[in-house]
Design a protein around this ligand. Structure first.
Ligand code: MG
Length: 466
């Protein structure tokens, strides 16, 4: 049976040619465009590209894509949908997801679109939406866009007000400038770091190489052609980054960076060729930020407590949100957080953009190494760590709530949060149990001081599921 098109808070994702086709993409463009016209009160006139920033005329929508071969087709279809309802489109071509978010703000656009399926295999693609603040739509806005899409509630432009498409090739330069503005380029450059890079032939290779070169690094890049022909499964996990680990060893590099296809996630390999795990990406970035500033951080409920330890030591505080980048970004904006992100290698600094950004992650890690004179393995040793198990159980939709209730009763004494399933905090660890947003699956994340303790919590939870 063909999989269903997944329509979630951040957009749509599906298998190209099966449930994600050009007509569907065009309809989605029409729905998003109509929503933007409603939101910005411009049903009767075109939202057009404005030659002078800061005037009251709103800009159009900028659109970028990762390197998948289906990206050009889907991008053209979404752009056609937007133009048909009277919205101008700025084509950014192959760029990272954070790059699009940066350009939405930089160009003063009313929204952004990224054609990407992130870390999913090549047969997938997706359409990710951003509002004028550079963040994915909140739940109510996402629901409205979904309703417009299903009901085909599109308000076409009249014959003189169709949108037009223009190009902009300034994403890399703009993005890099924003990242370099919040670090000390000279300190990093003086170290002449040797960096191995695997961008999985995605959208991040070109911009990452440029930024690392500006930071005085010597870069050994593998899989750095933006062909979308992924050299290995594209999720930046240990089992997929063996070539990067070997590259670090072969070139005696100081570290290795692994990106996912749209370059919002960053995994790190230490100087011994050891993959350190994506949870450490945010921890290292937080360690750098909290060495400079005091304030709040935001992560989701499933993220390692390493960041809590780091914040606590620096007199800071961590806000825990429901899982999902948009939730973390919303909390960061609300509480003016100095750092945020998720345990999947996603680092957010609002001074650059409100989305996860591998460029920010790379820059902070290099800055931390340069200032402390320590290697990645030494920095990881300083942070310490916990034992984490991420598990999932396939269940019937009807059982999900029952299982969550059972967990709540079992661990009632330890409830820490109920905003996204339940999170329980124990003396020796924590457990987060939640329903997947997209599949009939219950996810369980446990972090404890050691493996037997983590395993014990998993076994207890499994008993509830059965
Ligand atoms: Mg991604």
């Amino acid at each position: 049976m063909a999989e269903q098109l997944i329509i979630s808070i951040s957009g749509v994702r599906g298998i190209v040619g099966e449930n994600l086709t050009a007509p569907i993409a065009a309809d989605y463009g029409c729905a998003f465009g109509t929503f933007l016209k409603d939101k910005h009160g411009s049903q009767d006139r075109k939202l057009s590209v404005c030659p002078v920033r800061g005037t009251k005329i709103s800009n159009g929508v900028c659109i970028g894509r990762d390197s998948r071969p289906s990206g050009q087709m889907l991008k053209s279809a979404v752009a056609a949908g937007l133009c048909s309802v009277g919205i101008d489109v700025i084509d950014l071509a192959v760029v990272s997801t954070p790059g699009v978010s940066v350009m939405v703000k930089h160009l003063g656009c009313v929204g952004g679109v990224v054609i990407t399926a992130s870390h999913n295999p090549a047969q997938y693609n997706g359409i990710k939406l951003l509002l004028d603040n550079g963040v994915a739509p909140p739940a109510d806005a996402a629901a409205q866009i979904r309703q417009y899409f299903f009901n085909k509630h599109f308000i076409p432009a009249d014959s003189t007000h169709y949108g037009k498409v223009t190009s902009n090739d300034q994403t890399d330069a703009t993005h890099i400038a924003k990242v370099l503005a919040i670090i000390d380029k000279k300190t990093i450059a003086a170290k002449k770091f040797k960096v191995a890079l695997d961008s999985v032939n995605g959208a991040g290779g070109r911009v990452a190489k440029k930024m690392l070169a500006e930071l005085g690094c010597t870069v050994w890049a593998i899989n750095d052609e933006p062909t979308g022909l992924f050299a290995h499964p594209p999720e930046p996990l240990a089992e997929n980054l063996k070539d990067l680990c070997e590259q670090v060893m072969a070139e005696q590099a100081d570290l290795g960076f692994g990106l996912d296809p749209d370059a919002d996630r960053l995994a790190i390999v230490d100087e011994n060729g050891t993959y350190i795990g994506e949870e450490y990406t945010l921890a290292l970035a937080a360690k750098y930020i909290f060495s400079k500033r005091t304030g709040r951080a935001a992560t989701n409920l499933s993220t390692s407590r390493m960041i809590d330890d780091i914040a606590q030591k620096a007199g800071g505080q961590v806000i825990h949100t429901a899982v999902g980048e948009a939730n973390v970004a919303a909390a960061m904006l609300e509480h003016n957080c100095i750092i945020g992100g998720e345990g999947n290698g996603g680092v957010i600094d609002l001074r650059v953009s409100p989305v996860r950004d591998s460029l920010v992650g790379m820059a902070f890690v290099l800055q931390l190494m340069a200032e402390t004179g320590k290697t990645i393995s030494q920095l990881v040793g300083d942070i310490g760590g916990y034992y984490m198990i991420k598990d999932k159980f396939a269940v019937e939709h009807s059982q999900v709530q029952q299982i969550l209730e059972s967990a709540k009763n079992e661990f009632a004494y330890a409830i820490d949060s109920n905003i996204d399933g339940y999170r329980f905090v124990f003396q020796d660890g924590w457990l987060h149990i939640r329903a997947s947003n997209t599949e009939p699956i219950v996810r369980v994340i446990v972090e404890a001081k050691d493996q037997p303790t983590a395993q014990r919590y998993i076994i207890q939870t499994k008993a509830l599921v059965h």
